[in-house]
Design a binder for this molecule. Structure first.
Ligand code: PRP
Ligand code: MG
Length: 212
């Protein structure tokens, strides 16, 4: 019998809640710590623990059939990938921020400025829509430090509690998008696995309803 392959985040904000929603669906993961691939009990599923940013490509290539992933990652590099369910956890924003003592009136204030981000496509698209051109510096983490070390005038990153912005003396000036965890589907999922997906979605919908 076929097994559906699901990707979940290896470590980070989505990991625990992703494992939890599967558990609430009656699916327990046989997880030896540090194992990147795990079997499940009670459901025809195999779990792969992957890096967030790699998941869209794994879905595209059909290496995994489905994934629990932040919608913000799909906006950045998986616009071609379909969302089957919104999961109502790991809510966050992707925002622009500037040093808190800088006067900011509108997005026009960022014209010609340097912006550090891990979300270059999202920023590019947003600025293009607003008719603004800026100099983007792509960095993969600790983005909020960039203004303090003179690397950028502004940053674009995930804002959840807001504490990282606060600690780095930054203020949020534009919310570019709001995001939550979603269940995403590979374009090349087989018919057999699609019917397993339907069973999973049925359980997820029941869990979300019970949580509401
Ligand atoms: C993420 C994100 C922000 C922060 C937002 O960073 O890049 O920096 O969390 O959360 P907050 O609003 O609750 O403070 P993370 O800690 O995952 O590390 P990274 O930037 O090095 O990937
Ligand atoms: Mg960060």
């Amino acid at each position: 019998m076929s097994k559906i392959k699901i990707a979940i985040q290896k470590s980070g904000r989505l990991n625990q809640d992703s494992v939890q929603i599967l558990k609430d669906c009656g699916i327990s993961i046989d997880n030896g710590k540090d194992q990147l691939k795990a079997a499940t009990r009670n459901f025809p599923m195999e779990v792969m623990f992957l890096r967030n940013g790699d998941i869209p490509q794994y879905l595209r290539d059909g290496v995994v059939d489905i994934a629990i992933i932040g919608e913000n990652v799909l906006v950045e590099k998986g616009q071609d990938i379909a969302i089957a369910e919104r999961l109502n956890f790991s809510k966050c924003k992707v925002s622009l921020a500037v040093p808190k003592d800088v006067v900011y009136n509108s997005i026009k204030d960022l014209d010609g400025k340097r912006i550090a981000t891990s979300y270059p496509n999202t920023v590019k698209e947003y600025l293009k829509e607003k008719g603004i051109s800026a100099d983007l510096h792509q960095i993969s983490g600790s983005v909020e430090i960039a203004p303090n070390i003179g690397l950028a005038d502004a940053i674009c990153d995930i804002v959840s509690s807001g504490s990282t912005l606060f600690k780095n003396n930054l203020k949020e000036v534009e919310v570019m998008l709001t995001s939550e965890a979603v269940l995403a589907v590979s374009p090349s999922i087989s018919d057999e696995n699609r019917s397993i997906l339907q069973k999973l979605q049925f359980r997820i919908q029941a869990v979300l309803k019970a949580r509401a």
